[in-house]
Design a protein around this ligand. Structure first.
Ligand SMILES: C[S@@+](CC[C@H](N)C(=O)[O-])C[C@H]1O[C@@H](n2cnc3c(N)ncnc32)[C@H](O)[C@@H]1O
Length: 277
């Protein structure tokens, strides 16, 4: 696999439109899937889990370009994972993904789950063999997910690394007064209500809400044994034109090796040099 964006073709099935910055997310996802699966291939059975899988293809708004989505990116790595698990709640997208996977990746071991992943956690866990390691992509539209669901998945196999899109700048930061009220979705995303107290007691009144919540999220993951991902190891993705911050893409693992691999991805994703030549 070359170090370049993976393009697809219009096949007549639904192709959602996305912003141009999606390419940055896909580059990081592609590089990490590639390096994770290749470097572990002689040691582990490897499972890729995509909780918000999408339809498999997307079209960049304003450009006549179709990109492979995260499930097809993961299926394209040089050392394929031993199993792939895809969840998608939108029936139209699910059906398009299923058709694309069955048509083009019939030889891979793929399991497709229709519906919200939160309602299928036991099923997802039962599909991850005990003696395997998993890489789980968490790519929601916003902050509306429950970290406790990720923590349940984290217990499934010999280890689950998460690659999480934290939509803190495009969601949380735009709605600060609303999320400071009790019972907000941020409570579920962080997994506690104490963050609000810590925010109110902060010493630096100019502290950035998105950065604060990113650190809180990392701390919450550390409660179940994850190494605390520091802010500088999260990639902030911005709009290409106005350079408006949108989200962080962050890796969570219990293993130092994963951080070394992620550091290489962060380094090489900013250059067009190849990580694999
Ligand atoms: C930001 S898109 C992710 C796209 C995908 N990762 C890709 O590369 O194209 C989020 C996707 O998750 C789906 N979705 C939203 N909530 C979900 C849930 N609770 N469980 C599973 N899928 C969900 C949406 O229908 C949408 O296709």
């Amino acid at each position: 696999m070359k170090n370049e964006t993976l393009y697809g073709e219009d096949d007549g099935l639904p192709i959602p439109e996305v912003g141009p910055w999606t390419e940055d997310k896909f580059d990081l996802t592609r590089l990490y899937c590639q390096i994770f699966s290749s470097s572990m291939k002689n040691m582990w059975t490897r499972v890729y889990v995509d909780l918000y899988a999408g339809s498999g293809l997307c079209r960049i708004k304003g450009r006549n370009q179709i990109l492979l989505g995260s499930p097809l990116i993961a299926l394209s790595v040089d050392a394929p994972f031993n199993r792939y698990i895809f969840c998608e709640s939108n029936p139209e997208r699910f059906s398009a993904l299923k058709t694309r996977v069955e048509k083009n990746y019939a030889k891979h071991d793929t399991r497709l789950i229709a519906g919200k992943f939160e309602e299928h956690i036991d099923e997802i866990c039962s599909m991850i063999p005990n003696k395997s390691i998993a890489l789980c992509l968490v790519d929601p539209f916003d902050c509306d997910f429950d970290v406790d669901d990720l923590k349940r998945i984290s217990k499934c196999a010999s280890g689950v690394d998460f690659l999480c899109l934290l939509a803190l700048q495009m969601d949380a930061k735009r709605n600060v007064p609303h999320y400071l009220l009790p019972d907000s979705k941020i409570d579920r995303m962080i997994g506690n209500t104490k963050w609000r107290e810590r925010w109110n007691l902060r010493t630096d009144i100019h502290e950035d809400f998105a950065k604060f919540l990113a650190r809180e999220f990392a701390q919450s993951m550390s409660e179940v044994g994850y190494l605390e991902t520091p802010l500088h190891q999260m990639r902030e993705v911005k709009t290409h034109d106005k350079k408006v911050p949108l989200y962080y893409l962050a890796m969570f693992s219990k293993n130092e090796t994963a951080f070394k691999l992620w550091a290489q991805v962060l380094k090489y994703s900013t250059k067009q040099s190849s990580l694999f030549q």
